[in-house]
Write a protein that binds this ligand. Structure first.
Ligand SMILES: N=c1c2ncn([C@@H]3O[C@H](COP(=O)(O)OP(=O)(O)OP(=O)(O)O)[C@@H](O)[C@H]3O)c2ncn1[C@@H]1O[C@H](COP(=O)(O)O)[C@@H](O)[C@H]1O
Length: 110
C-alpha cells in the first residue's frame, strides 16, 4: 500500500512544474495554500457527514470515497509545504514503535 502513496507523492512533485490548466493538482498549487486548506476542510466535513450516514444505513462506500478525498487533499497540502507522504507514514511508524515498546515493557513488569 505504501507504494501507492510513494507513486502519488511522485506525481504531486511532478505537478509543481505543470501549467494550472493542465491538471487539477497544478490548479490547486496555483490557487495557493489557503485554497488547498479550504478543500481539506470541505473534505473533512463531507467525511463526517458520510460517516454519520454510514452509521444509519450500514453502507460504508460513501465514507470510504470521502476519506480518500480527504487524504488526497491533505497530501496536496503537505506537498505544497515541501513534505512527502512518507513523512506521515514515518510518524505513524514511530508511534507504532513507541506503543509496541510500551506494551512489551508493561508485560515484562507483570
Ligand atoms: N487522487 C486524486 C483525487 N482525488 C480527488 N480528486 C479531485 O478532487 C476534486 C474533489 O473536489 P470536489 O468534490 O469538491 O470537486 P470539484 O467541484 O471539482 O472541486 P472544486 O471546483 O470545488 O475545487 C475532484 O475534482 C476530484 O477529481 C483527485 N484528483 C487527483 N487525484 C490523484 O492525483 C493525480 C494527479 O491528478 P491531476 O493533477 O488531475 O493530473 C491523479 O493521477 C490521481 O492519482
Amino acid at each position: 500500500m505504501s507504494e501507492i502513496l510513494t507513486a502519488l507523492g511522485d506525481i504531486l512533485e511532478q505537478r509543481k512544474g505543470a501549467s494550472p490548466d493542465s491538471s487539477y493538482v497544478a490548479s490547486l498549487y496555483h490557487k495557493g495554500l489557503n485554497k488547498i486548506l479550504e478543500k481539506v476542510g470541505e473534505e473533512a466535513t463531507e467525511t463526517i457527514l458520510a460517516a454519520k450516514d454510514a452509521e444509519r444505513s450500514g453502507d460504508n462506500s460513501d465514507v470510504i470515497y470521502e476519506t480518500a478525498d480527504l487524504w488526497f487533499h491533505s497530501l496536496v497540502a503537505l506537498a505544497q509545504l515541501g513534505e512527502r507522504p512518507e513523512a506521515v507514514l514515518n510518524e505513524l511508524a514511530r508511534r507504532f514503535d513507541i506503543s509496541g515498546l510500551e506494551e512489551k515493557a508493561s508485560r515484562s513488569a507483570q
